[in-house]
Design a protein around this ligand. Structure first.
Ligand SMILES: [Ca+2]
Length: 506
């Protein structure tokens, strides 16, 4: 009850008609105010970098992720969420503008979306324009600019305050014992030192987020707090105690070891990202002990990341903000750890395009649940706009996930679309479009200048979830291939945008 109502009720004189009318207004105003507060929840938007679907709550037999598993229990876990392109900049630009890479014309690490679509209103900018405090701690947009003249990749106009921990090369997040200035050149792919969490960026980002939550709680204004963790992106550096959670001898080997049978060469890549680190062979296979070390390091980084998320979520609870804060946890794309004879990202396969996505929206998803329907990362923009009661943003291509948050059994999309140019980095010659339906993954590689289809792939995700055999030439799948070809034509014609009016599922 507000103070005005309390003082009205405490009046000792009998209430006249005028006072009763005023009291009625006050009651309506109080109800409206309460409604307005409930309709303006805060958003804690947690991004991670290169985290594939490798969490305990997703059924990983190896990853130790107690804090994210707890978040999954109080939110909705999206079992089939897909990135629009499996590499940092295009994926993040897509999520944060709600547009597909083809619409943005951002498919590489260098192009900033402000070069191609200068006036676009980003997700945090839309919140800022509608009365929210928008804060960026960590990597949300891409972390390095290739534009000339340089454009700040953290996109200052999206935020209420300057970004922190948002830019710089990944290799600099490395401890040189005795030298606080850190490395001057790119160093190794793994690091295991007995150092505090704050020795690395993600520990410092978690500490900054904890501190910022205190400030925001005292302010009392609605906030959109983006926390962008840099892990488990290479280099795999986590404090030793996170490495110690795993026994290297017990860590599984990559399965399958080879590219899918019948896959075109254009679907793979020579792992340039990993090979750029010291100690990694410039060509040829990795020795088994290095494969085990790298996989160990990736898992250590996942647990390190999980602990940092836990610190932030614990502070949200402690400040009593959790009940009115929507928590979103997502990764910009997946990752290969030697499976398919591939390392890192930049393919159109399930391991690279599928991502973890958890959404806890207090009062919306009572009791949480697991949503099996297909969704796309660019759906997050309209979802948060709807959840917070903001006006719809123009030009956004995603579809709100609110129906699935209310009832996780609701159907998802008929098709989730991802795309990736070939080669993975540098001057592209082809674009590969991946169409993921409930049962199949169809990939079409088209020559960029002519549009001619150079190669095709089809995987049966039910009988072959690890994608070991390309079925595109298998007569059993002839009908499916014909249908998918038609659908791919429509997707390409629409610039990678799936026609929402088509509600077919298979
Ligand atoms: Ca990434």
């Amino acid at each position: 009850m507000n103070s005005r109502m309390a003082s009205l009720q405490s009046q000792s004189v009998p209430l006249g008609w005028a006072s009763l009318v005023f009291l009625a207004y006050a009651l309506v105003a109080a109800t409206t105010l309460t409604g307005a507060v409930a309709a303006r929840p805060n958003v804690l938007f947690i991004a991670t970098d290169d985290l594939r679907v490798e969490l305990g709550c997703y059924g990983s037999a190896e990853a130790k992720t107690p804090h994210l598993d707890a978040l999954a229990r109080r939110g909705v876990l999206f079992e089939r969420a897909y990135a629009q392109q499996a590499v940092c900049n295009p994926s993040r630009a897509s999520v944060l503008t709600g547009r597909r890479p083809d619409t943005l014309k951002v498919w590489d690490l260098k192009t900033h979306f402000r070069e191609t679509l200068p006036a676009v209103v980003t997700l945090p900018q839309h919140f800022k324009n509608n009365g929210y405090v928008a804060i960026d701690l960590g990597k949300l947009f891409h972390n390095e600019s290739g534009a000339k003249p340089p454009i700040p990749f953290c996109d200052p106009r999206s935020w209420s305050e300057p970004s922190e921990f948002a830019e710089g090369p990944h290799w600099r997040d490395w401890v040189v014992p005795g030298d606080p200035a850190g490395p001057k050149v790119k160093v190794g792919a793994v690091q295991c030192l007995d150092v505090p969490d704050e020795a690395y960026l993600d520990g410092r980002i978690a500490a900054a987020a904890v501190s910022k939550l205190g400030v925001l709680a005292r302010k009392g204004e609605p906030f959109f707090l983006a926390v962008g963790f840099w892990k488990p992106h290479l280099p795999f550096n986590a404090p030793k105690r996170y490495w110690d959670l795993y026994e290297r001898a017990a860590i599984s080997a990559p399965v399958p070891e080879r590219m899918p049978e019948g896959a075109p060469a254009i679907a793979g890549h020579p792992w340039n990202e990993l090979r750029g680190y010291a100690g990694v062979p410039k060509q040829g296979p990795l020795p088994p002990e290095q494969i085990a070390e790298l996989r160990h390091g990736y898992f250590a980084c996942i647990s390190f990341l999980d602990a940092q998320v836990g610190r932030v979520l614990a502070e949200l609870e402690r400040l009593d903000l959790a009940k009115n804060t929507i928590v979103v946890f997502w990764s910009d794309h997946g990752f290969h750890l030697g499976e398919h004879d591939l390392w890192a990202k930049t393919t159109n396969y399930e391991l690279d395009t599928r991502v973890p996505l958890l959404v806890a929206a207090p009062g919306v998803n009572r009791g949480g649940g697991r949503a099996p329907g297909l969704v796309e990362l660019l759906d997050l923009y309209p979802t948060l706009v709807e959840l917070c009661g903001l006006p719809a943003a123009a030009g956004v291509e995603g579809r709100s996930l609110v129906p699935q948050l209310r009832d996780p059994s609701q159907a998802g999309k008929a098709v989730a679309v991802s795309q990736h140019p070939h080669p993975s980095y540098g001057q592209a010659t082809h674009m590969g479009y991946a169409l993921r339906t409930a049962r199949h993954r169809y990939v079409e590689w088209r020559e960029l200048t002519t549009g001619v289809v150079a190669a095709r792939e089809l995987y049966d995700e039910v009988s072959d979830p690890r994608e070991t055999v390309n079925r595109v030439g298998d007569p059993v799948y002839r009908g499916i291939v014909r249908e998918m070809e038609q659908e791919a034509r429509e997707v390409v014609a629409r610039g990678g945008r799936w026609p929402e009016e088509k509600a077919r599922t298979r």
